[in-house]
Design a protein around this ligand. Structure first.
Ligand code: HEC
Length: 131
């Protein structure tokens, strides 16, 4: 029974891209396994709150849009509201693998000029799930 269940959930993880298909813990474990790294909320915090170069000069940090109050509402450059990033303040965060993949790709490029590594993604999600 257990083996069937594991096989089934593996299949679901591999194929599904619908809303609410995952949890922050599963995503963190997946990225960490991919990277062979141990997730670190401290490293995630340093990356998420730090200043970067290489991306668009007007968005040097993840906080440019998500703001330093991660339990509060953020704003895009155009002024559109962004729901809180902290999982504790917004339980829907990091529960949709397609959404997480899309925005990591887009936002890491905007801020740093390149995609985040799997290890960085594990760290960032560990941080945003810990606050
Ligand atoms: C230009 C503004 C902007 C910047 C800068 C930005 N983000 Fe975002 N981010 C958004 C928007 C807009 C969304 C999607 C709207 C929402 O989820 O509320 C989003 C969503 C996300 C999500 C998806 C969350 C979920 O619900 O699954 C992740 C992950 C994310 N951002 C990570 C980052 C990281 C990491 C950085 C820094 C490298 C960053 N963002 C910088 C605007 C930004």
């Amino acid at each position: 029974m257990k083996i069937i269940y594991l096989a089934l959930s593996g299949l679901l993880l591999a194929t599904s891209a619908t809303a609410g298909d995952t949890t922050p813990q599963k995503l963190i474990a997946g990225f960490a396994a991919q990277a062979g790294s141990t997730p670190s909320a401290a490293r995630g915090k340093a990356f998420f709150t730090g200043k970067h170069t290489g991306g668009k000069p007007e968005t040097p940090s993840c906080l440019t849009c998500h703001t330093s109050n991660l339990k509060g509402v953020g704003h895009t450059r155009a002024g559109k509201e962004i729901a809180p990033m902290a999982h504790s303040a917004n339980p829907q965060r990091f529960t949709d693998s397609a959404k997480v993949a899309k925005w990591f790709r887009r936002n890491c490029k905007t801020v740093t000029g390149r995609e985040c590594s799997a290890a960085q993604k594990a760290d960032i999600l560990a941080y945003l799930s810990s606050i």
